[in-house]
Write a protein that binds this ligand. Structure first.
Ligand code: SAM
Ligand code: SF4
Length: 333
């Protein structure tokens, strides 16, 4: 147990600087690669309160976390998410370098101004297609114009926008070059993501898996990609596109392992701490806080960090079960 503000270092000497907080597992969309159509969500009594999420997150900030990302599920469907955003935003420019959010964009038009007022400077918006019918198919419900409106509102409010696109074989692979051109035109960054084996869905992920090694080769035929040295301690590797301001990020958990420099941990809406996206091991920080206050919280965090796995072990194949039963929407992508 420790009551100091000592930095958080795991058993492999990696210092934790980045916390992702899944504020809800609920979502207004049902992206095919993320969740089943009839996904069941956590009962409300299991959800950590805003105050608990804030106290736990602020404890991480006091212990050296410099970047917090709010995610979900869809973070903007949680009613009190803006209160949490405002509270955490007060640390930006002080103990916190950055407060960001990953959102599907459906409610961004209503909230963009308030996010900026709260201290947010950047958002990641998921957008897997620029074709309205295809977008509806992939998300099962989504209205492309609503999301594009949200992205435009974010840009107008002064938020830098990074588009997240999951590369899906036979579904949006023919749109990747076009999406990159659109991002260059709009001044957005683009991150491409390999589909990861997280949680059961209605289809076989193997059918949709598209290695980013292939995607990059294809893009290089039409675009000048210059390696950008930026390392965020995160999983993405970056390239500058055609000399523009746009950066292309590739997140390739299946074809390139990035765990050696991992500086992140994840807090779920239940108040559980997961130290690796690819493992089920976790500690219940909400219960620790309820039962023993900050000293118990510190002890549970220390215990979790001591056992943070060296690496994930994602594999994708017809005969492979999901790496973990937990969906990305629970852990917070
Ligand atoms: N609802 C928000 C959104 O879609 O941006 C935030 C949560 S979502 C789980 C975060 C990111 O994870 C999204 O960019 C989504 O495309 C990605 N994602 C979800 N399931 C995934 C999977 N199985 N493999 C790879 N990426 C996934
Ligand atoms: Fe919802 Fe995001 Fe998952 Fe799509 S990827 S279903 S928007 S949580």
């Amino acid at each position: 147990m420790s009551d100091t503000n000592a930095p958080l270092v795991d058993g492999f000497g990696r210092t934790i600087r980045y916390l992702r907080v899944s504020v809800t597992d609920r979502c207004d969309l049902r992206c095919r690669y993320c969740m089943a159509e009839h996904m069941t969500f956590l009962p409300r009594e299991k959800i950590a309160t805003l105050e608990e999420l804030a106290v736990i997150t602020e404890r991480f900030i006091a212990r050296g976390v410099r970047k917090v990302r709010l995610s979900g599920g869809e973070p903007l469907v949680r009613r009190d998410v803006m209160d949490l955003t405002r509270r955490l935003g007060r640390h930006v420019g002080g103990a916190l370098d950055e407060l960001t959010m990953t959102t599907n964009g459906t409610r961004l038009a209503q909230h963009a101004g308030a996010l900026v007022d709260a201290g947010m400077r950047r958002v990641n918006v998921s957008l897997d297609s620029l074709d309205a019918d295809r977008f509806r198919f992939i998300t099962r419900h989504g209205d492309l114009s609503q999301v594009l409106g949200g992205i435009a509102a974010a840009k107008a409010a002064g938020l830098a926008v990074k588009i997240n696109m999951v590369a899906l074989k036979g579904l949006n692979e023919d749109e990747i070059a076009g999406m990159l051109d659109w991002c260059v035109g709009e001044g957005h960054d683009l991150t491409l993501i390999e589909t990861m084996p997280l949680g059961a869905i209605d289809e076989d992920r193997t059918d949709r898996f598209l290695p980013l090694t292939v995607v990059k080769e294809r893009l290089e035929a039409t675009h000048r990609l210059e390696r950008d040295g930026q390392t965020t301690g995160g999983p993405a590797r970056y390239w500058r596109v055609d000399g523009s301001a746009t950066k292309l990020g590739l997140i390739s958990p299946l074809t390139a392992n990035f765990c050696d420099g991992c500086n992140r941990v994840r807090l779920t809406t239940e108040g559980r701490l997961y130290t690796c996206l690819g493992h089920d091991d976790h500690r219940d920080l909400k219960s620790a806080l309820r039962e023993g206050g900050v000293p118990a919280l510190d002890a549970a965090i220390a215990d979790a960090l001591a056992t943070k796995p060296r690496r994930h072990d994602f594999r994708i194949g017809a005969d492979e079960a999901p790496a973990v039963a937990r969906h990305m929407s629970v852990t917070g992508g």
